[in-house]
Design a binder for this molecule. Structure first.
Ligand SMILES: *Cc1c(COP(=O)(O)O)cnc(C)c1O
Length: 361
């Protein structure tokens, strides 16, 4: 068995190259730090990467979601259908518009994406938009959602915070809805510290986002743009590594009792593999398993996500609603360490630690 004396394995680790550091240093030495030529170049490069007409660089993905909702016409009195199984920002951005988030359930532990059938049932005359999250970098049923939204005359906003180079049916995630929002936060796949990107093919949405960027204080800066440009060059290799490690995790974890793996194996090659989620068969064991992974094996884990509809602030404001599949996923999920330069020895230690703890009664 592994011992705590072994080097801890972090959930995530960021490694910058000398080129990354030089790119930032050049901006710092230039004396022009605010949003300028580097930000424009980064926007153009990311637009080319996506095959999207417009990309607007912003201070965060939360800002991108807020402006995406505003620009697609969401305002006070409107409803926006969002998953509850997500980071708080997806729903918070709806509140920033004075609108009401209406939570839809996920498909299930095998596919914790927003369920299009439940979305269809929740659409009312007040619905202005639907948001989907590509959990872990795996595509939500985005083409089905787009068709559903089009039939009902509402916008689709993709929270692609996890998915900067993932696809669904050949389309880049983030480009299927009216707007796609990406995060550049330091633990995301394409990280620069803090930042976000809004992509759209709609010139009107792009223009409004650019105008509101300055007014709302959602500006980006050229240091982070230079880092983003440099890191974008390595994105393809980073994701190839993430996919390789994910395939290897899945092969080995299949032999471990007491857990299931979300998504089919075929989905890995289209995913950005932001995180490695597992679902415990018995959610009641989760806290003890996580504590043992940390203290006995030096393995750091996380939880993606506590269900937003169960947050005190939402319970107080909107009352209790039941989303049984979301609640199950939010209690069963553990996020395992994954980062591009993770070694196979580290990965084997994580798998052995899980087998040890889940095997124990
Ligand atoms: C990280 C994240 C966000 C917010 O990104 P920030 O850049 O930190 O604002 C939004 N949605 C999801 C699903 C995320 O994981």
């Amino acid at each position: 068995m592994a011992t705590a004396a072994q080097e801890p394995i972090p959930l995530f680790d960021l490694r910058l190259t000398d080129d990354d550091l030089r790119a930032v240093e050049d901006v710092l030495r230039s004396g022009t730090l605010q949003m300028g030529a580097h930000a424009e170049a980064f926007e153009r490069a990311f637009a080319a990467h996506l095959g999207s007409a417009h990309v607007v660089a912003l201070s965060s993905c939360t800002a991108a979601l807020h402006l995406a909702f505003v620009a697609t016409g969401v305002g006070p009195g409107d409803e926006v259908i969002v998953p509850s199984y997500t980071f708080a920002a997806t729903a918070a951005a709806v509140l920033y518009c004075g609108a009401t988030p209406v939570f839809a359930d996920v498909i299930g532990p095998h596919d914790p994406s927003i369920d299009p059938a439940h979305v269809a049932a929740l659409i009312t005359p007040r619905t202005r938009a639907v948001a989907c999250v590509h959990f872990g970098g795996y595509a939500a049923p985005v083409h089905e959602l787009r068709a559903l939204c089009d039939r009902n005359g509402v916008a689709l906003v993709e929270d692609a915070a996890h998915a900067p180079a993932a696809t669904a049916g050949g389309a880049m995630l983030g480009t299927v809805g009216q707007a796609g929002c990406f995060s550049l936060f330091s633990n995301k796949v394409l990280s620069v510290g803090e930042g976000g990107l809004l992509c759209t093919d709609d010139a009107r949405i792009a223009e409004q986002a650019r105008r509101l960027r300055s007014r709302a204080g959602y500006r980006f800066d050229d240091m982070r743009a230079a880092l983003g440009l440099s890191r974008l060059r390595g994105l393809h290799d980073d994701i190839a590594q993430r996919r390789r490690l994910t395939r290897r995790y899945r092969e080995r974890l299949r032999a471990v009792d007491g857990l299931t793996l979300p998504y089919p194996d075929e989905a890995v090659d289209a995913s950005s593999c932001y995180v490695m989620p597992i679902m415990l068969t018995d959610p009641g064991r989760r806290d003890a398993v996580r504590a043992a992974l940390r203290s006995r094996h030096g393995v750091q884990t996380s939880l993606l996500y506590p269900a937003v509809h169960e947050f005190t602030a939402y319970l107080q404001r909107f009352g209790r609603i039941e989303l049984p599949r979301t609640e199950h996923c939010s209690r069963a999920e553990i996020t395992l360490p994954l980062f591009p330069h993770m070694t196979t020895a580290q990965q084997d230690r994580v798998v052995a630690a899980l087998a040890c703890e889940l095997g124990a009664p």
